[in-house]
Design a protein around this ligand. Sequence first.
Ligand SMILES: *Cc1c(COP(=O)(O)O)cnc(C)c1O
Length: 378
Amino acid sequence: MDTSPDARRPLDPATVVVVAGRPDRSPDAPLSAPVVPASTFHAGGERAYGRYSNPTWEAFEEALGVLEGGRAVAFSSGMGAVSAVLDTLPLGAVVVAPLHAYNETLVTLRQRHERGALVVRPIDTTNVDAVVGALDGAALLWLESPSNPMIEVVDIAACAAAARAVGATVVVDSTFATPLLQNPLSLGADAVVHSVTKYLAGHSDLLMGAVVVRPDSPWEEKVRGRRETGGAIPGPFDAYLALRGMRTLHLRMRQAQASAAVLAARLAGHSAIERVRYPGLAGSPGHDVAIRQMRGHGAMLAVDVRGGAGAAEAFAGGCRLWVHATSLGGVESTLERRRRWPAEPVTVPENLVRLSVGIEDVEDLWADLARSLDALGR
Ligand SMILES: *Cc1c(COP(=O)(O)O)cnc(C)c1O
């Protein structure tokens, strides 16, 4: 349904995130898509079975698709989405992939490489020349920007152009940016992957994922087919909650991002911190590329804590307001030392603590960080 007050002016994403994926505005229709718990449907229609489609997922998919400028396919988790994309590749396909990305993405790539399903070429994707040099014969270029947990920014447009030149398709994991800050399809990517678990759902109470492809992409059918046979479907209640959470994405991201900028600057001035990784800091790597391809710098940052792994662990564990936990993108601020996970690449510093800034009062957040950091010196 067209909700645009002025046909010449497209709706702002802040509005789209509120209005997209709603039932038609007919008398007595509900404002929100209802939860439809159904394993099967009466015969004779298109839905047929609960692993093929569900009206609640479809409302979520419509909203995310409009926001990204493509067609969304929802999954039971971000990894379900990642796996579905990789499963569409032919046996032995060459994949150029980042050195630093979400650790389970790297694990599944490595496992596929080891069993001969794919040939994976790990590369520093922040270096466009290195990407260009690795693309020969590649079927797929996998990017993640900003990256987990190093908060590196990849020049998506430059990498996508290079991939296109050799006939490789490009996937961008855009979880940290969300569709409000970055639209990889408009930068030349063929598909976008989201861990919906994080900012989109936003309340640390469900897992979901999504793949978004260009409209009319033949990939949509392949990815849907993988969901059908792989079975990584979201539950209708989770899809409902994810869409409900997404309605406030603009407000949550605005607050979290503003606080992240304040905290990054203050952390950079603290004697217990060796380095702050945040593209919003002028002079940081990725700052200029982020200005070009993103609307803002996001709310994820990382710090290298002086004193090694022990100090980093003590910093994370010493917080009272910040939640010491994995995952990110919720209304509550969380932090953790990423190398506590054996799957994390060894090139991620032992003393790196990743911070996901939530929507609490920024002075409360700073007071907690400062107290825990000050305690390290004692
Ligand atoms: C969490 C995460 C994933 C995996 O998503 P799940 O919903 O946990 O399966 C993929 N990519 C990034 C960047 C993530 O942060």
